[in-house]
Design a protein around this ligand. Structure first.
Ligand code: F6P
Length: 440
């Protein structure tokens, strides 16, 4: 169970500088739309969960709210900032970079922002990727492009070397836009800086197309990704319905968590089956997937199957071993495997099958963010800029119960956000697809 102590954010020291935003927020009090900096956001959102701690209100788990402070740790105008994007692509990376640069310039008078290229590799001088200057002019239109103008890479670098580099460049605040592995790396940088007694703030902006980072609300880019994924499901349905015994099989990203598959399927209600890593299924037998598919095609003339890449890994004997540079286990190709199994099943029952296999994969994460995500990205960037200027460190910004909050890195990397098989999202998927409640 998360405790109040787990949620305390580290501070570099006392905030002595007047904030340029102080006059905007000075007279405000907490209300439905705003949380005062001295207030706290409840971690739990039901009476039962809150009561389960058996603690007085002041000791239940709560989070520090995001937003501008009246006093700052770093002096406006005289602070130097670095930004790095790490890991796989996600819609909205450029929106976050742009949001940071513009917020830092407009409200904190900061002209000195550098972008490290190609993930943490850009923080290792031996790899010779010189940083680039990020000015408001340079970033003004980057939100219209997918990807990241800084480049990205997977994998770690020695935190001692990265801190040396940050010191050499005189960086006061480092913003890390990355997934759980990169956020862990950010925490290591913060730890080295702390060990050397350096006033370096390290702020993470969690990024995951899979929406699998816990406690920080929906991750940016996720909404764009499932919107694009839903178009592939619609295409699969058109193909399936236009053929005799048509089956549209769509493989989507989602290594450990099936959020993209669930949301994309719910977006247009076309899927007959959604298969995700969190819910194991059997292939064979009366209650297995193949028999259920056969029944659905017989009833409706066609079917659409949406599978997340991490689903059904235990079914494949030739599952891959090893991990990628981010430490993620390599996956067997469940899409290709299911394609073979479905074709084999129809051959064995002597019935015609027309299967179309769609793999939208990278095309759902390389697109520019759609408007809703762009708004979220800019607001996360603003919250991150405020946190950094106030000398917070070893934390990420996120959104919990619709409030922007600061969350210590330790807690966001302590587990993974997954689709709960007994939660209401999966129930909605089962209601929408009318697939068997269990296929085991
Ligand atoms: O971790 C996010 C993610 O998009 C996964 O869904 C996917 O397995 C992986 O990245 C693929 O990334 P890449 O091929 O770039 O390493």
């Amino acid at each position: 169970m998360v405790t109040l102590d787990d949620l305390r954010v580290r501070r570099l020291g006392e905030c002595r500088h007047d904030s340029t935003l102080a006059k905007y927020v000075g007279g405000r009090k907490t209300n439905e739309h705003y949380v005062d900096e001295d207030d706290r956001v409840l971690f739990d959102d039901t009476i039962e969960l809150l009561a389960s701690h058996g603690l007085p209100l002041g000791q239940v788990p709560t989070l520090e709210p995001g937003g501008p402070r009246r006093k700052l740790y770093f002096p406006p105008g005289a602070t130097k900032v670095g930004v790095v994007t790490c890991g796989g692509l996600c819609p909205g990376l450029n929106d976050v970079i742009r949001g940071l640069v513009i917020e830092l310039k407009n409200h904190y008078g900061i002209d000195d922002v550098v972008g490290f290229r190609n993930g943490y590799a850009g923080l290792n001088p031996a790899l010779e990727y010189p940083p680039i200057e990020l000015t408001p002019e340079r970033v003004s239109k980057i939100n219209t492009q997918g990807g990241t103008i800084l480049g990205t890479s997977r994998g770690a670098q020695d935190p001692e070397i990265m801190v040396d580099r940050l010191v050499e460049l005189g960086i006061d605040i480092l913003f890390v836009i990355g997934g759980d592995g990169s956020i862990r790396g950010a925490s290591k940088i913060a730890a080295v800086a702390r060990g050397r007694d350096l006033p370096l703030a390290v702020i993470g902006i969690p990024k995951t197309i899979d929406n699998d980072i816990p406690y920080v609300g929906q991750s940016f880019g996720f909404q764009t990704a499932f919107t694009v994924a839903a178009q592939s499901i619609a295409a699969a349905q058109v193909e399936a319905q236009s053929a005799i015994n048509g089956v549209g099989l769509v493989k989507l990203m989602g290594r450990y968590a099936g959020f993209i598959a669930c949301y994309a399927a719910l977006a247009n209600h076309h899927a007959d089956f959604v298969l995700i890593p969190e819910v194991p299924f059997a292939l064979h037998g009366e209650s297995g997937f193949l028999a259920a598919l056969e029944r659905r095609v017989a009833e409706r003339g066609s079917a659409v199957v949406v599978v997340a890449e991490g689903a059904g890994q235990g079914l494949m004997t030739d599952a891959q071993t090893g991990t990628d540079a981010s430490g993620n286990r390599k996956l067997g190709d469940i899409g290709r495997f299911l394609e073979g199994e479905i074709v084999g099943h129809y051959a064995s029952i002597g019935r015609e099958l027309n299967l179309k296999y769609l793999k939208p994969g990278y095309s759902i994460r390389s697109v520019p963010a759609k408007a809703h995500d762009s708004v979220y990205c800019v607001r996360l960037a603003q919250a991150a800029a405020h946190a950094g200027m106030a000398g917070r460190t070893d934390m990420v910004v996120g959104r919990r119960h619709n409030r922007f909050v600061h969350v210590p890195i330790d807690i966001v990397v302590s587990e993974r956000n997954e689709v709960a098989p007994d939660g209401d999202l999966w129930l909605s998927v089962l209601e929408s697809t009318a697939q068997p409640l269990e296929m085991r």
